[in-house]
Design a protein around this ligand. Sequence first.
Ligand SMILES: Cc1cc2nc3c(=O)[nH]c(=O)nc-3n(C[C@H](O)[C@H](O)[C@H](O)COP(=O)(O)OP(=O)(O)OC[C@H]3O[C@@H](n4cnc5c(N)ncnc54)[C@H](O)[C@@H]3O)c2cc1C
Length: 478
Amino acid sequence: MNSTNISTFLKTISKADTDALRARLTGEVILPGDVAYDGARITSVLNFDHRPAVIVRPRTTSDVAESVRFARANGLPLAIKSGGHSIAGHSVNDDGLVIDLAQFKQVTIDPARRTARVQPAVTSGELAGPAHAYGLALTTGDAASVGIGGLTLGGGIGFMVRKHGLTIDNLISVELVTAEGEVIRASKDQHSELFWALRGGGGNFGVVTEFEFQLAPVGQVYGGALILPATVENVRKYVDYATAAPDELTTITNIMLAPPAPFIPEERIGETVMMILAVYTGDMEEGARVMQPLRDIAEPIADLVGPMPYPVIYDFTEPSTHPHFNHIRSMFSHGISDAAIERVLELMGRATSPMSMAQLRPLGGAFGRVPAEETAFAHRDKDFFFAALGLWADPEDDRVNRAAHQAWTEELWAAVKSERDGVYVNFVANEGRARIGEAYPADTYARLAWVKGQYDLENVFAGNQNVRPLARQEEKAA
Ligand SMILES: Cc1cc2nc3c(=O)[nH]c(=O)nc-3n(C[C@H](O)[C@H](O)[C@H](O)COP(=O)(O)OP(=O)(O)OC[C@H]3O[C@@H](n4cnc5c(N)ncnc54)[C@H](O)[C@@H]3O)c2cc1C
């Protein structure tokens, strides 16, 4: 049964039903009209205004299992919310049941084994601090507020991707509540095909209630923000160097309008710049040496790069943690042409929102050395990620200018999209089935569909970039 079928069979849930659910849970049940309802249905991405029939805030894994069984018994579509940053609006649904994991916030670090048990609503920022206390870190995403739940299940491209791979490359095991409401653990040795699928296949296979990660010994890093004038020549030099640099250096670069920040000279505010966010893990002097070619590209507008504790990198992306509206298009590629860079710079010069940006992430290194078939994230041969990020935050601006911001982003996307080769599932918006096909090459998709058939044949977990289950009779016929 797919999500369309489920909604066909929607039953009206009664107060007696929800009272019975409440009696079985230690967590909260929030209904339309409750004081907590509006706060619980709004997410970090403001584009969406979904109104679920029931929001459950479980406290325990058995609450999660109970909620899954209740949704099934009542024909309610399910949505799973960890950090609430879904670009496609999948964290919350209309007329269904949302499992809001807001209470799943525990981090337990084992310094001797250098491992962490992390519950799914823990954010990148909330993990970085406690891990740093032991001189350890996990490579996650670029914004402190993003939930480990959604980020990990899609892959996790972060500030140490070239040195330590994706977040999933550091995943040891997960605890998961299945569509049947069973609690299982998946790892390389237990439910190994499921473990393969969970590493890139998104929320298709169950509700993850705990991740176990291997941490890396990372304390001080040589990092921060280097802001350079954005010209075609400068961007070209940056891309070429950052893609070939030692694995220890990962950069994420935003081509943007210089913000009114204390470190930007007043006369340069609004100029199109490259904000290179850099993290070098290793010896500090060597870090300075490896950074030097970036500093040599042009006279920096601001140079805030130096030795710092790893979690401080999140200070530089703090603006992106605030709730905002967005229109996002993105791709993997094998680089970016000068013609595309030229067009991107021209479009940035007439951006409709001062928050909007083009984001460049050179990949390679450890990310590229994992065999494509080892996880459900197959794009290991891609050495570049690009995102056209239309961003705005003011509701009045949204009311008046949403269409203009979207059109500008589409123009930016049109400037680069012919160079694409795949897409990162966590950056796919509501773009239709073809884009899910770009996220998962045919072999990967077929294997995901098989695993989905084994663990969620009725597609209970359909509120996501959905992999349709391979029915068991199709499997026999194949
Ligand atoms: C500002 C911003 C910055 C970002 N930066 C990065 C980045 O640097 N690197 C990167 O890789 N990605 C990045 N992303 C994308 C991000 O990884 C995805 O949006 C991700 O899905 C968010 O996870 P979440 O838990 O916060 O979101 P949620 O909306 O809570 O979850 C998204 C989806 O993931 C699934 N899911 C979440 N938790 C669970 C669970 N416990 N069990 C089963 N399924 C679950 C569900 O399908 C859910 O709908 C960014 C997104 C934003 C908005």
